[in-house]
Ligand binder design. Structure first.
Ligand code: NBP
Length: 485
C-alpha cells in the first residue's frame, strides 16, 4: 500500500468514525482499522469513501500505511481493550512512534501505560476527548497528556480538529505528564454530572413549587441562557422541555422514566476526591442522586411510607424566579470551585504542572459543560495563577455575596417543601463550612481522643504538638498510635 497516513485510527464506533471524518475534513490522511473488520469495509465504502481514508484489514497493515514517526490512535472501549491493543501494537512500532488513547480511560491506567510504552522507547498520550458524537465530528475539546515529546508531533493536527473559539484559541492544549489529560477529562465529566443535577433540581423547584409547565420552564431557562448562566446544558434543557411526545401528545419529559444512568466517570471523580481528601460534595451528591434515582421501586415504596411536609407553593414572580436563578448560579460556582480544588490537589499529588486558566479555556467550546461562565474562571486564574479557591477570587467572591441569600432561601424552601435538592444544599453546606473559621471539629477531636486516645492539638499551643486527656476513670493513659477512626 502506498498510502502515507498522517495518523492511524483504531476503533470505528461512534467516536472513532466521527473523528476520522473530522481529520479527513481537515485534509489529514487517515488509515483506519477496526477489530470487526467488516466495519472497516462498510465505513470506507460508505460514509468514509474518500481518498483521504484508507481501510486496513489488520494492525500490521495499518502500521505499514503510516508515515514515520507513526501516530496511532485508539478509540475503543476503555479497559482491557486498550491494554490488548498496546500489546499488539508495540512489536509493530518503532522507537519515537506515538500511541494515543482517545477513550475515557481511568487516569491510573494511563499513568501505568505511559510508563510501559515509554519503557519500550515509544511515546504515549492519554487524550480526554469531550463533546460526544457531534463534537468528534465538528470539533471536540481535547485534553492530551502523557509523553511530552509527543506533543510537537500532535499539536497541529489536534488543534486543527478541536473546537475553535472566537478568540482563535483552539479547545486543545497540552495538559501535563502521564495521566493528566485523562484526569482533567474525568473532572470535566464529574462537573458535568453536577451541572446537570443542578439544572434538574432547579427544574424540580420551578415545576413543583412554582407549578410551572415544562413549556413555561423552557421559557425561563431560555431567558437565563441569555445571561451569565449561558451554557450548552441549559440551552439543550430548554429544547428538551419543549419537546412533545408524538404518542401521548404530553411533554416528552413527562413520559421519560426518572431513572438516571451513569457510566462511571462521575464516580471516578468522587473516588479520587475521597482518596485525596478534597471536599467535592457537589459532584459526589450528583453521582449519588443518580444512584437514588435508579432505585425506583424503593422510592415508590418510601413515597407511600415516609412522612414529609406539605408542599409550600411559591408565589411565582420575577423576584422569585430571579432568586432561583441566583441559587443555580452560585451553586454552580461552588461546583466548579470544588472541581478546580480537586485538580489543584491532584496536580500536587502527581507532580503535574496544570494551567487552570487554560483548562477552563479548553472547556469553553466543543464539550458538554461549555459555558460563558468559564471565561470568568480563566480570568480568575490569569489574575492569580496560584489562586487557592475560585470563590476567593474577587469576581466569584462578589457573585457569592450577591447570590448567597437567594441560594439559602431556595435550598431552605425546597427542604421545607420536601423537594430534594441535594447539590444545591450540599454545596451551600460546604460554602458555610468553608467560611467557618471556628468549627465543631474540636468536638470530633475530643471524641476521638476519648474513645481511641487519638490525641488533639490545642488552640493555645503550636500546631503539631499533641495532647491527650484521661477523660474518665475507666480509661487508661495509653496514646493511640495505630487505631484510626
Ligand atoms: P465504544 O466505547 O462503544 O467501543 C466500541 C469500539 O471498541 C469498537 O470499535 C470495538 O470494536 C472496539 N473494541 C472493543 Br469493545 N474491544 C476491543 C478489543 N479488545 N480490541 C480492539 N477493539 C475493541 O465506542 P465509542 O462510544 O465510540 O467510544 C470510544 C471511546 O471514547 C470510549 O473509551 C468512550 O468511553 C470514549 N468516549 C465516548 C463518547 C461518546 O459519546 N460515545 C464521548 C467521549 C468519549 P468492534 O467493532 O470489533 O466491537
Amino acid at each position: 500500500m502506498d498510502f502515507q497516513g498522517d495518523i492511524g485510527l483504531i476503533g470505528l464506533a461512534v467516536m472513532g468514525e466521527n473523528l476520522v471524518m473530522n481529520l479527513a475534513g481537515h485534509h489529514y490522511q487517515v488509515a483506519v482499522f477496526n477489530r470487526t473488520v467488516d466495519k472497516v469495509e462498510k465505513f470506507v465504502n460508505g460514509r468514509g469513501k474518500t481518498p483521504s481514508i484508507a481501510g486496513c484489514r489488520s494492525l500490521p497493515e495499518l502500521v505499514r500505511a503510516l508515515k514515520r514517526p507513526r501516530r496511532v490512535m485508539m478509540m475503543v472501549r476503555a479497559g482491557t481493550a486498550v491494554d490488548e491493543l498496546i500489546d499488539q501494537l508495540l512489536p509493530l512500532l518503532e522507537p519515537g512512534d506515538v500511541v494515543i488513547d482517545g477513550g475515557n480511560s481511568h487516569y491510573t491506567d494511563t499513568r501505568r501505560r505511559t510508563r510501559k510504552v515509554e519503557a519500550a522507547g515509544l511515546l504515549y498520550v492519554g487524550a480526554g476527548i469531550s463533546g460526544g458524537e457531534l463534537g468528534a465530528l465538528n470539533g471536540p475539546s481535547i485534553m492530551p497528556g502523557g509523553s511530552a515529546a509527543a506533543w510537537p508531533l500532535l499539536r497541529e493536527m489536534f488543534q486543527a480538529i478541536a473546537a475553535q473559539l472566537p478568540d482563535d484559541l483552539p479547545c486543545c492544549d497540552w495538559i501535563g505528564p502521564d495521566g493528566a489529560g485523562h484526569y482533567v477529562k474525568m473532572v470535566h465529566n464529574g462537573i458535568e454530572y453536577a451541572d446537570m443535577q443542578l439544572i434538574a433540581e432547579t427544574y424540580e423547584v420551578l415545576r413543583k413549587m412554582g407549578k410551572l409547565t415544562p413549556e413555561a420552564i423552557a421559557g425561563v431557562f431560555g431567558e437565563w441562557n441569555r445571561g451569565a448562566l449561558n451554557s450548552y446544558l441549559l440551552e439543550i434543557t430548554a429544547e428538551i422541555l419543549r419537546k412533545v411526545d408524538p404518542v401521548t401528545e404530553k411533554p416528552l419529559i413527562d413520559v421519560i422514566l426518572d431513572c438516571a444512568g451513569q457510566k462511571g466517570t462521575g464516580r471516578w471523580t468522587a473516588d479520587s476526591a475521597l482518596e485525596l481528601g478534597v471536599p467535592l460534595s457537589g459532584i459526589i451528591e450528583a453521582v449519588q442522586a443518580r444512584s437514588l434515582s435508579d432505585d425506583k421501586a424503593r422510592r415508590e415504596m418510601s413515597a407511600r411510607l415516609l412522612p414529609g411536609p406539605a408542599l409550600r407553593p411559591a408565589a411565582v414572580s420575577d423576584q422569585w424566579l430571579a432568586q432561583v436563578r441566583s441559587a443555580l448560579y452560585v451553586a454552580k460556582i461552588a461546583v466548579y470551585a470544588q472541581g478546580f480544588q480537586l485538580l489543584k490537589r491532584a496536580a500536587k499529588e502527581f507532580g503535574w504542572p496544570l494551567d487552570y486558566g487554560r483548562i477552563a479555556g479548553l472547556w469553553r467550546g466543543g464539550c458538554i459543560i461549555r459555558a460563558i461562565f468559564l471565561n470568568e474562571i480563566t480570568a480568575a486564574y490569569r489574575r492569580n495563577p496560584e489562586l487557592d479557591n475560585l470563590l476567593l477570587d474577587e469576581f466569584f467572591r462578589r457573585a457569592a455575596a450577591e447570590g448567597q441569600e437567594a441560594w439559602r432561601r431556595t435550598a431552605a424552601a425546597a427542604a421545607l417543601s420536601g423537594v430534594a435538592a441535594p447539590v444545591l444544599s450540599a454545596t451551600l453546606n460546604w460554602y458555610d463550612g468553608l467560611r467557618t473559621a471556628e468549627s465543631a471539629a474540636n468536638l470530633i477531636q475530643a471524641q476521638r481522643d476519648y474513645f481511641g486516645a487519638h490525641t488533639y492539638e490545642r488552640t493555645d499551643a503550636p500546631r503539631g504538638k499533641f495532647f491527650h486527656t484521661v477523660w474518665s476513670e475507666a480509661g487508661g493513659g495509653t496514646v493511640s498510635g495505630s487505631y484510626d477512626a
